[in-house]
Design a protein around this ligand. Sequence first.
Ligand SMILES: C[S@@+](CC[C@H](N)C(=O)[O-])C[C@H]1O[C@@H](n2cnc3c(N)ncnc32)[C@H](O)[C@@H]1O
Length: 221
Amino acid sequence: MRMRKKKNGAQRIAACSELLVSDVSALSEPDAIFGASRPLHLEIGCGKGNFACGMAEKYPDTDFIAVERVADVCCAALEKAMQRKENREGDNLRFFIGDAKILGEAMKPHSVDCIYLNFSDPWPKKGHAKRRLTYRSFLEIYRNLLKEDGILKLKTDNDGFFASSLEEFEACGLDVVWQSYDLHSSDKACGNVMTEYEANFSEKGVKIKSAWVKFPDAKEN
Ligand SMILES: C[S@@+](CC[C@H](N)C(=O)[O-])C[C@H]1O[C@@H](n2cnc3c(N)ncnc32)[C@H](O)[C@@H]1O
């Protein structure tokens, strides 16, 4: 996501510190972050935070950590979450600024119930395939993070990214338990919380592709 550099970005992020996991080591103890032991959902590449805010409001008994590697983008998400604070019944939303590739080291194995990949950068060039958040090295991280019955939920506007993701899922022996080439006309449409990209693309008439994926050999320790 491109974004003009924010003026006073560091101060603006600091003003939202109550919603920020600023120490990576804290990610290994989500119960301590939230002061409760509840299902844990992770959004990777949260952008400006609409989905994370919407989900945290809709599911007060689930904890959400939204990860975004671009600090200025996460700043927008944090400020949105601060503004929407009153809408949340639970203290169940945090943001982490960093790259998804460190999550395998930072978090406890098999501690996450659900991972969301929403409108991930498609990296269409073959030479950039390893950067895709559904490339096999990332799938290995998710396999290690997810609980035995955990699930990965993906949404995208991009046909090429969707096709390559489905290929990676198959190559890695994952089970696609549900998929649609038109999420908004599917049986999952009514529970769907839109992201910023999703709203933009669907306004332009682009159909949203989605897949829900399970990892058959993700095992509790
Ligand atoms: C195309 S935007 C989509 C944003 C949002 N999910 C939406 O649907 O509106 C993808 C976002 O993922 C973030 N991102 C890409 N790779 C990432 C990674 N490895 N770790 C964390 N965030 C990442 C980008 O910085 C960008 O903000």
